[in-house]
Design a protein around this ligand. Structure first.
Ligand code: IPM
Ligand code: MG
Length: 363
């Protein structure tokens, strides 16, 4: 029996291309694993009304972790139109499968390392090395939304002036979920010799929800006197990051702000071709590139697989295969430094698979 069972979820669009690429690298590493195909993606929405079928959730329970490519999501109207005719009008509602996975499996840490590898022509500045910890289960992602203000809300003080046609979204932040993500950020800093953790919020406006987050953050930070703790409003943080990216080491924040700030950080180290992500819980994790499914490039083997290869590196670390992870990162760094193999985003014309083969050749 193989040492690991890894759920293999290419999803759709370029998810297939980049997963095929990372398989080349995994085979070269000879990781002792069985890769178990798991169904997830737009086609399952269209055919079954669920892009994340129950059988996939069941299958995940029998694996150690999952590697995920990308999934197409389309707006409500298109989603309804593409649903199989016999399922239409039956109350099926599309919800992002990756957001559901994070919540259903309580993968509360969204870990997004953003490191500028030397020689990458897309680096905003050399030596950027920021790790984003995004709370992955609540905040603006709880999915409690109303197209119009429900009548009963008008009995709540402060809502009298809300127009009848206002759409409403709820944001939920608990002390417990805030503490565990901040603790994860500090533990990471401690383990990796990082000396500063920055909490990002909008507590001057979202006084209750970000008040809870910041109170929890300060409480946890007090337990790490050797690590500098500071905080910034999300808007100011956008400016500071562009101005002084080298000042930041570890950023910890709530779900939506983490979504935004991690794209900003990814862009500073090469864009979505380099953004990798780990959705990590206490005993399961799903690793993925941060980019979407880019349907127009699907099957063209054009997109950069490095994001997925780096997500695979994160998976190896999480599995405890730290030597293999370090080797893989070294190979990626080497290919970038040599600059001979570059995908289109890097100004080159090599294919997805050629990039993967170049990384495999370094191993
Ligand atoms: C991400 C993505 C997702 C998110 C989308 C695809 C739902 O942007 O992983 O950052 O918003 O979390
Ligand atoms: Mg995002």
């Amino acid at each position: 029996m193989a040492k690991y069972r890894i759920a293999w979820m290419p999803g759709d669009g370029v998810g297939n291309d980049v997963m095929e690429a990372t398989k080349i690298v995994l085979d070269r590493l000879a990781l002792n694993a069985e890769y178990v195909p798991a169904e997830i993606g737009w086609e399952f929405w269209c055919q079954e009304g669920d892009p994340l079928p129950q059988r996939t959730l069941d299958l995940l329970k029998e694996t150690d972790c999952a590697l995920f490519g990308a999934i197409t999501s389309k707006g409500k109207d298109v989603a309804d139109k593409e649903l199989a005719p016999e399922l239409r009008g039956k109350g099926y509602v599309y919800r992002s499968p990756i957001v559901r996975l994070r919540q259903l499996l309580d993968l509360y840490i969204c870990l997004r390392p953003c490191k500028g590898y030397l020689g990458n022509p897309l680096n905003y500045k050399d030596d950027i090395d920021i790790v984003v910890f995004r709370e992955n289960t609540q905040g603006m992602y709880i999915g409690v939304e109303f197209a119009q203000v429900p009548e009963e809300f008008y009995s709540v003080k402060g809502t009298e002036k809300l127009p009848r046609d206002a759409a409403i979204s709820f944001r939920a932040i608990t002390p417990g979920c805030s503490e565990r993500i901040v603790r994860a950020a500090f533990e990471y800093a401690k383990k990796h010799g990082r000396t500063r953790v920055t909490a990002v919020h909008k507590a001057n406006v979202l006084r209750q929800t970000d008040g809870v987050f910041m109170e929890a953050a300060c409480k946890v930070a007090a337990g790490y006197p050797d690590i500098t703790f500071d905080n910034a409003n999300i808007d100011a943080m956008g400016m500071w990051l562009l101005k002084n990216p080298l000042n930041y080491q570890v950023i910890v924040t709530t779900n939506l702000f983490g979504d935004i700030i991690s794209d900003l950080c990814a862009q500073m180290v090469g864009g979505l071709g380099f953004g990798c992500s780990g959705n990590i819980g206490n005993d399961f994790a799903v690793f993925e590139p941060t980019h979407g499914s880019a349907p127009k490039y699907a099957g063209q083997y054009k997109v950069n697989p490095i994001a997925t290869i780096l997500a695979t590196k994160m998976m190896l670390d999480w599995l405890g295969e730290t030597d293999m992870a370090a080797q893989l990162e070294g190979a990626v760094a080497q290919v970038i430094a040599e600059g001979e193999v570059r995908t289109y985003d890097m100004g080159g014309s090599h294919t997805t698979l050629e990039m993967a083969e170049a990384v495999a050749a370094e191993l």
